[in-house]
Design a binder for this molecule. Structure first.
Ligand SMILES: Nc1ncnc2c1ncn2[C@@H]1O[C@H](COP(=O)(O)OP(=O)(O)OP(=O)(O)O)[C@@H](O)[C@H]1O
Ligand SMILES: [Mg+2]
Length: 251
């Protein structure tokens, strides 16, 4: 097992958001997460990436407990993530977006850097960003502003940002949302490339066909709880999962 969540509870603003979330992700697998809007899918990625604290339970990565450590330390373990929306970054070039993923998000961390170290860090992060872009066949877009590109290319660029940081584990938040059916093949190709490179993937997605064909295992959730974990086809076909999506009886 590469990653495990063990009985994780999350509360935000005094409201219970996740309850008793447990699952395991095997090394090299693509683990899917599905569930209706507001189910808590993004919050799970926020917990793993250290952005949101748990009130109970643990995140275990390669046998080490990561619970409560800062986001940049999580990234230091080779865990990268994409965002559900890149709407705030449309003015950035693709290369800047991908380089940005490697910045320390602590002001103190940045201030401690001398000018020389800052320059060296910028060069290293751009080199690594360019490598990730080339791996996903996005080199030609490096200097284009994100906002000029199709949603598929924007999503792929953010996947490259996650890949540049995630040497071990890549967490992807709805890479196909807003992407036309005809362009989803490019997202699937990027997932295959990540797998070929040996990455383990956690993939949130709403498209049942896409998760069934791209995931080794699937977890369905609703109202902050796990409904079912197992074979993707079986999970999607189960009556309780269909009901959660329809909000009514699946019969
Ligand atoms: N910072 C926050 N403070 C309070 N409540 C929050 C916060 N972030 C998320 N929530 C609530 O937690 C619940 C789960 O949100 P989350 O974003 O994890 O859902 P999701 O499954 O990713 O949904 P979607 O499919 O719409 O992206 C929602 O009810 C949401 O309103
Ligand atoms: Mg979400």
């Amino acid at each position: 097992m590469l990653l495990a969540l063990q009985s994780v509870d999350v509360e935000l603003g005094g409201v219970s958001i996740l309850r008793d979330i447990s699952f395991e992700v095997a090394q090299g697998h693509t683990f899917g997460i599905v569930g209706p809007n507001g189910a808590g899918k993004t919050t799970i990625l926020n917990v793993v990436s250290g952005v949101v604290p748990t009130v109970r339970g643990d995140v275990v990565f390669k046998g080490e407990t990561l619970t409560g450590i800062s986001p940049h330390k999580v990234r230091g373990h080779g865990i990268g993530r994409s965002l559900q929306s890149t709407q705030y970054f449309t003015h950035l070039s693709v290369l800047d977006l991908v380089s940005l993923g490697q910045l320390k998000n602590s002001v103190w961390g940045a201030l401690r850097f001398s000018d020389h170290r800052r320059t060296r860090f910028a060069q290293t992060s751009r080199t690594r960003a360019m490598e990730a872009l080339e791996l996903l066949d996005l080199g030609a877009y490096a200097h284009r502003p994100l906002g000029e590109l199709s949603s598929a290319v924007q999503k792929l660029a953010d996947m490259a940002r996650a890949l540049a940081v995630g040497g071990e584990l890549v967490l992807l938040d709805e890479p196909t949302s807003g992407v036309s059916a005809s362009e989803r093949g490019a997202i699937a190709d990027a997932l295959s490339e990540m797998r070929r490179l040996g990455r383990t993937i956690v993939l949130i997605d709403h498209d049942p066909g896409f998760v069934v064909s791209n995931c080794d295992r699937l977890m369905a959730m609703n109202f902050g709880e796990v409904l079912r974990v197992g074979d993707p086809g079986e999970v999607m076909a189960s009556a309780e999962v269909k009901r959660s999506y329809l909000g009514q009886s699946a019969e």
